[in-house]
Design a protein around this ligand. Structure first.
Ligand SMILES: *[C@@H]1O[C@H](CO)[C@@H](O)[C@H](O)[C@H]1NC(C)=O
Ligand SMILES: *[C@@H]1O[C@H](CO)[C@@H](O)[C@H](O)[C@H]1NC(C)=O
Ligand SMILES: *[C@@H]1O[C@H](CO)[C@@H](O)[C@H](O)[C@H]1NC(C)=O
Ligand SMILES: *[C@@H]1O[C@H](CO)[C@@H](O)[C@H](O)[C@H]1NC(C)=O
Ligand SMILES: *[C@@H]1O[C@H](CO)[C@@H](O)[C@H](O)[C@H]1NC(C)=O
Ligand SMILES: *[C@@H]1O[C@H](CO)[C@@H](O)[C@H](O)[C@H]1NC(C)=O
Ligand SMILES: *[C@@H]1O[C@H](CO)[C@@H](O)[C@H](O)[C@H]1NC(C)=O
Ligand SMILES: *[C@@H]1O[C@H](CO)[C@@H](O)[C@H](O)[C@H]1NC(C)=O
Ligand SMILES: *[C@@H]1O[C@H](CO)[C@@H](O)[C@H](O)[C@H]1NC(C)=O
Length: 827
């Protein structure tokens, strides 16, 4: 620090001596009193991490003063001074350190646009310096530890390592992280992140500074209670500081060579990125809220959010985007406007059809309903029709609800079975068939490019998921036994896509029957980015991947922009419905579960090792394991990542699939190997054993995490039957249960070198190999050491009798942390 001080002092003296020359030479990291920046002049932090100067975002014509990464090739602005006061020119504008010690921005006519407003008595000895953390600081040259003003105290949308986002207890003011208005306008947008102004240790996100739609939960010393994935975080050192002046969080990156940023994104999500130099792109590895459509009013009035398409926002039928330009720049907040005004709005002079209602199903109802006490749906409809301000109604088990004005927060989702009746001018009801017509949401594809901008970062990770892919012969358009279907054929086979089986990651799936009475599952791919030729060649590659434990592709359809895949039908649905929703279906017995675990593992071995174009699945979870009539497991959705485009698929897997199946290496931004599938498989195996989700949030907001509890039981040598799904009432094969628990625990080791290969997993489950006791994975240990806030599953299962089992597992002295396998004497 001493040398830095002296060095700095010399530099500032030098500048004071040269104060006749008001502008800066290049390469400086400071602005001294009387000096200014104009035009293309910049200052650069000492180690060359950050640069400060004028910039124009995207295609914008406006100039701003900002800080960006010097070493990152994609322009990324971490701080903006004049967010909502743009300049039209940079050459005659000035960022100047005045003699009163204030850093100010003056426009062409020397009018003050922005100022640090600092009141300091050190004026003449003040200096503005850009630090290597990305912090612009006004300091006293006579004593550099005296800080007068810091950009870190006035963040824009980015929270850099070593920065803080907190609450000033003296003024009760919080620091806000505010999204940009759109991708080219840094003015404050709709979404803000702040520490709870009420004084608790939780972060909140608000829409328009009023409606809260996300909270982190309180800090327990290790993690925020509603962000359990922080347990597997070992790149950041997060800490909470509270003193009489302020409460704040700060974080640092353990490995200083990792470039990382946290941003309140335009999408209304907070996102954490790391820079991947190898691909020259930002790698998004964490976002909250996890689902894009959980962001309140993202798509504005009369907009509708759909998790499964890009862009996520669309307009309801009868509506067009209000500000198409903003939609293009990922600002959806303006929502949609009517194509045709309502009859009631036109008054009685114009004679036209009366307003009608469009029935829209599978929708999450809008915010702010008004409840009416009416007897039936007809009265509900009439009540809405009678008021011109009423734009829609719903009549269901909760009675009658009506809405006034712009509908906010509509969400199209197969998980939601609500219906709404949307008021439209008669001419906007296509077909004019009146209120009984089943509505669809028309998706206005205005923003493909806008989406791509935010997704650039995802490209690389998925490309790791495909390796050893040689070029596929494109001349033989379709090979093997794949059938090329016409769209019409599939339309009639599925009765116009009427029987929906599910809304998987890459599009909705419908049941259908071919003329020869073969039952099929038709997947309508969404967000497809490929031309026909490439699609055919990719499909033919997937078609060659055939194994008893992989879902078989029958054929496909490609017509104009439509892309569909035709699979064999799996009458027993997906594994999650059997494990977690057992009300309707029969409880899977232990033998079946073991066969499912084994079959799934065999399918993965084939994907990883045996097929010609080897692939990593990247999204192993119970939803992607389908069961045929005999409950034989088949892995679904392999190979689709490449088909729908890597960016989209990466969004889907990361944003929705973070419920604890992702391996830690996804989070650290290093290359993903087949061992990432092994990790996800291990997590899934725990769920097969316990019959419930590994990580569940209970009503009291606490997070329960099963694998930690299980790993401890296993190592302590306690009664292993207590890990078993209570619904099985202890009926299992204890030896198999023991093997399954051990293998699951080995699979979820932090270090991928410690995880077995899928081939070894199969051998262990088959009993050919024996495996030693696993250590508790490091990231789970962190949780275990912090018992008070984490509740583990303890209820009935631990009281269970041991009947049905034979030997109980005895404690082992093996403390070795390396996977060791021995040939079983049994084989
Ligand atoms: C400078 O800013 C002032 C106040 O915002 C404005 O009236 C003036 O037109 C600006 N000058 C130029 C050249 O843009
Ligand atoms: C400085 O003060 C002016 C006038 O009080 C205010 O408009 C401006 O927002 C302040 N600037 C900063 C950076 O706080
Ligand atoms: C700061 O220095 C300038 C010239 O170097 C001088 O004119 C001015 O009076 C000084 N101001 C203060 C507050 O010392
Ligand atoms: C510099 O300022 C710090 C904090 O205000 C103070 O503790 C320190 O004694 C000062 N150093 C000198 C050399 O004045
Ligand atoms: C800040 O808030 C706390 C608790 O809400 C209150 O007790 C205190 O008086 C407030 N202080 C100021 C300066 O408003
Ligand atoms: C946001 O809040 C402001 C002030 O509270 C209000 O005037 C404005 O209408 C709100 N914006 C929207 C889109 O509701
Ligand atoms: C984490 O940060 C805190 C506060 O900045 C520091 O005291 C602690 O030593 C850091 N821990 C590690 C392991 O670096
Ligand atoms: C830090 O990260 C860099 C780049 O990702 C990597 O090469 C290096 O091995 C890491 N260092 C440590 C100590 O993990
Ligand atoms: C939106 O972007 C697309 C592609 O960049 C462009 O063709 C279209 O004209 C833009 N629309 C508007 C309204 O700016």
């Amino acid at each position: 620090m001493g040398t830095r001080n002296i060095q700095f002092f010399l530099i500032s003296v030098l500048f004071l001596c040269l104060s006749l020359k008001p502008h800066l030479s290049t390469g400086a990291d400071t602005i001294s009193v009387g000096q200014s920046l104009s035009g293309k002049q910049t200052i650069i932090s000492e180690d060359g991490n950050f640069e400060l100067g004028f910039f124009t975002p995207g295609n914008s014509q406006n100039y701003y003063i900002g800080i960006w990464y010097k070493k990152v090739s994609a322009p990324t602005y971490v701080w903006v001074a004049n967010r909502d006061k743009p300049l039209s020119d940079s050459s005659s504008s000035e960022l100047k350190l005045l003699e009163d010690g204030n850093l100010v921005l003056l426009n062409e006519s020397k009018i003050l646009i922005w100022s640090t407003n600092s009141t300091s008595d050190t004026s003449n000895s003040t200096v503005a310096m850009l630090l290597d953390t990305g912090n612009l600081a006004l300091r006293n040259t006579l004593n550099l530890s005296v800080s007068i003003w810091e950009s870190f105290d006035h963040p824009s949308d980015t929270w850099l390592p070593d920065g803080k986002i907190g609450l000033n207890k003296l003024t009760n003011k919080t620091q806000l992280l505010t999204s940009w208005r759109n991708s080219e306008d840094p003015a404050p947008g709709m979404f803000t992140l702040e520490l709870d102004p009420g004084g608790t240790s939780q972060y909140l996100i608000h829409w328009n500074q009023s409606k809260q739609y996300w909270t982190s939960g309180t800090w327990n010393g290790q993690i925020f209670s509603l962000v359990p994935e922080m347990r597997s975080n070992y790149i950041y050192n997060f800490s909470y500081v509270t003193n009489e002046k302020e409460n704040y969080f700060t974080y640092s990156v353990y490995n200083k060579s990792i470039i990382s940023r946290f941003v309140m994104d335009l999408s209304g999500q907070i996102k954490q990125y790391t820079w991947l130099e190898s691909s020259k792109s930002w790698n998004l590895f964490w976002a909250q809220p996890r689902k894009q459509c959980e962001v309140y009013a993202l798509c504005g009035p009369f907009g509708s959010c759909n998790e499964a398409v890009l862009p996520f926002c669309g307009c309801l039928e009868g509506f067009d985007p209000q500000f198409p330009k903003d939609w293009n720049l990922s600002d959806w907040s303006g929502g949609c406007m009517r194509k045709t005004p309502l009859q009631c709005e036109l008054g009685t002079t114009v004679i036209r059809d009366e307003d009608r209602f469009l029935h829209i199903s599978n929708i999450k109802l809008p915010a702010n309903p008004q409840s009416l006490a009416v007897l039936n749906a007809e009265d509900c409809k009439a009540s809405c029709l009678n008021k011109c301000s009423c734009t829609g109604y719903a009549y269901g088990s909760d009675g009658c609800s009506i809405w006034h004005g712009g509908l906010l927060g509509l969400q199209q989702s197969s998980d939601d079975d609500s219906d709404i009746y949307l008021r439209l001018a008669a001419s906007d009801l296509s077909g004019g068939s009146g209120s009984k017509k089943k509505g669809t949401v028309t998706w206005v594809i205005v923003g493909a490019i806008a989406g791509v901008i935010t997704l650039l970062g995802f490209v690389i990770v998925l490309s790791w998921c495909w390796w050893k892919r040689g070029s596929v012969g494109t001349s033989q358009a379709v090979e093997g036994s794949l059938v090329s279907f016409g769209y019409r054929d599939l339309q009639s086979a599925t009765k116009n896509f009427s029987e929906k089986l599910g809304g998987g990651g890459f599009g909705s799936v419908f049941k259908g029957t071919l003329p020869d009475s073969t039952v099929i599952a038709v997947k309508k791919l969404e967000g497809i980015s490929q031309g026909e030729k490439q699609f055919r060649s990719e499909v033919s590659t997937i078609g060659t991947i055939q194994h008893l434990n992989l879902v078989r592709l029958h054929g496909f359809c490609t017509e104009s922009t439509k892309r569909l895949l035709v699979y064999e039908y799996m009458p027993n649905g997906s594994l999650d419905s059997h494990l977690f929703h057992q009300k309707e279906s029969k409880v899977l017995d232990w033998k079946t579960r073991y066969q499912i675990a084994l079959g799934t593992a065999r399918g993965l071995v084939y994907l990883h090792e045996k097929c010609r174009d080897c692939i990593i699945h990247c999204d192993i979870k119970p939803e992607n394991i389908l069961l045929d009539a005999e409950l034989c497991p088949k892995v679904a959705d392999f190979g689709l990542a490449k088909l729908v485009g890597r960016e989209f698929s990466r969004v889907l897997t990361t944003m929705r699939g973070t419920r604890g199946y992702l391996a830690p290496e996804w989070i650290s931004g290093i290359a993903v190997t087949a061992k990432a599938d092994v990790y996800s498989y291990g997590m899934m195996l725990f769920e097969v054993i316990s019959g419930r989700r590994n990580s569940e949030q209970s009503e009291d907001g606490k997070v329960r995490f099963f694998p930690t509890w299980a790993a401890n039981k296993l190592i302590e040598g306690e009664e292993i039957l207590s890990l078993l799904d209570p619904k099985l009432e202890g009926n299992s094969n204890v030896e198999e249960l023991n093997r399954a628990c051990r293998v699951a625990c080995w699979c979820i080791q932090d270090d991928e070198a410690h995880r077995p290969s899928m081939g070894q997993v199969v051998q262990i489950l088959e009993g050919v190999l024996e495996v030693n006791l696993p250590p508790i994975p490091r990231s789970l240990k962190v949780l275990a050491e912090n018992h008070e806030d984490i509740i583990f599953f303890t209820e009935s299962s631990s009281n269970q009798s041991t009947q049905g089992g034979s030997t109980s597992v005895t404690s082992s002295q093996t403390k070795s942390s390396a996977l060791s396998l021995t040939m079983s004497s049994k084989s």
